[in-house]
Design a protein around this ligand. Structure first.
Ligand SMILES: [Zn+2]
Length: 275
């Protein structure tokens, strides 16, 4: 198994071409993956393979993820200066309409969302346009759609826009400061509970480190030792290699659109190197 996991940010919209717009990149990449005869599978299948909970043939497979859980993941939204943006969810439906349901029968996108409504409102006001794009009103429909999973991107991202300090005197702006049990429970177990209540009967099972900050305490102690409280099966980082049987389940690598690749040609190289 050598499965590349690709990551997108639907709020990355600074223009209307591949390099400046993750919606256009995502739509193009679905077709590129299909043209290369690769198979898109749910991230959960990859996780189950790594932890030995399933034994599927994942040769030639790719998994898709997106971070931060804005409404742009699910709803088409008029973006200031750059016009109507097709949601990642609708990009998948467009792909199915174009190529037919048999082209990618397991097509799937895992969306990592931020639990705290207060934190989301603050980010919406500070980092976006204050238009209510950070709601949780779409999570249940997305999780029930069969095309998306809603997963855990922490309680509040420990985002620098939030009032400081956070829980247990934690300074804002870095996830590396989530370095003890109180902070970890507040950032991860509490987020699992909130997200699960929103998406029931689905359940969140995969974590994604905010900022790609893989805190050693979380990777080596909290995640392996406190599974009953946080409910996570694996955690995603940004290692830019394919996931293999020997990957650390608490730091599974991903390739990030706009960072690890900026063009279809560069993604093609990544995908071919993973075969
Ligand atoms: Zn994030």
């Amino acid at each position: 198994m050598r499965v590349p996991v690709l990551a997108y940010h639907a709020t990355n919209v600074s223009g209307n071409d591949y390099a400046s717009n993750d919606h256009l990149a995502f739509a193009a990449d679905l077709r590129l993956i299909d043209d290369l005869d690769l198979r898109i599978v749910p991230l959960q299948w990859v996780v189950e393979q790594v932890i030995g909970a399933a034994d599927r043939d994942l040769a030639g497979c790719v998994a898709l993820t997106c971070d931060d859980g804005s409404a742009l993941d699910f709803f088409d939204i008029e973006y200031p200066q750059h016009g109507l943006q097709r949601s990642l969810y609708h990009c998948m439906l467009d792909f199915v309409a174009e190529r037919g349901p048999a082209a990618q029968p397991d097509l799937h996108l895992t969306s990592f969302v931020i639990a705290s409504a207060q934190a989301r409102e603050q980010m919406d006001a500070d980092s976006l346009f204050g238009r209510g794009w950070m709601g949780d009103d779409w999570w249940h429909a997305a999780a029930a759609s069969g095309l998306m999973a809603i997963e855990n991107h922490s309680w509040d991202h420990n985002h620098p826009c939030l009032p400081s300090p956070g829980i247990d005197g934690m300074p804002r702006g870095s996830f590396l400061d989530v370095d003890n049990l109180a902070r970890a429970d507040a950032e991860i177990a509490a987020a699992t509970r909130f997200i699960n209540a929103c998406i029931a009967p689905q359940r969140a099972k995969i974590f994604c480190y905010p900022f790609g900050h893989v805190a050693g305490y979380l990777r080596d102690e909290y995640f392996p030792r406190f599974m009953e409280s946080h409910g996570m099966l694996a955690a995603m980082g940004d290692g830019a290699t394919p996931v293999t049987h020997t990957s650390n389940r608490w730091n599974l690598p991903r390739h990030i659109c706009g960072w690890h690749w900026k063009s279809p040609e560069a993604l093609r190289e990544i995908l071919q190197a993973c075969r």
